[in-house]
Unconditional design. Structure first.
Length: 108
């Protein structure tokens, strides 16, 4: 059975090829801890899931698409200001710092 082709490392400017399903080469993997840490350890636990769900119920349309006059269903809640692991900043108490967007909108 043939193998899937290797893909380039996602680190900017790195030409190293990695196995299919991996994002970074061994050299750059330590620079991207978000890949190795589970979502719950990054602060996206049950509390965040509840806050996300209630925010999407209150803001069902993509805010960036609405500014362009398009009506697209929001499926992702994004932080306007990165929380950097601060649990009080993660969104449950600071809904003014969140943004509803469509999954097709690229992150900043």
């Amino acid at each position: 059975m043939p193998y899937r082709p290797k893909t380039p490392c996602h680190h900017p400017g790195c030409p190293e090829l990695v196995e299919a399903g991996r994002l970074y080469c061994e050299k750059h993997l330590p620079l991207h801890p978000e890949v190795t840490r589970p979502a719950a350890k990054r602060g996206y636990n049950r509390r965040w899931q509840k806050a996300r769900k209630s925010y999407l119920e209150a803001h069902p349309l993509c805010e960036q698409c609405a500014k362009q006059g398009k009506y697209v269903r929001a499926t992702v809640v994004d932080h306007i200001i990165p929380h950097r692991g601060d649990r009080n900043f993660s969104g449950t108490r600071t809904t003014g710092r969140l943004s509803a967007r469509a999954a097709t909108i690229k992150r900043r």
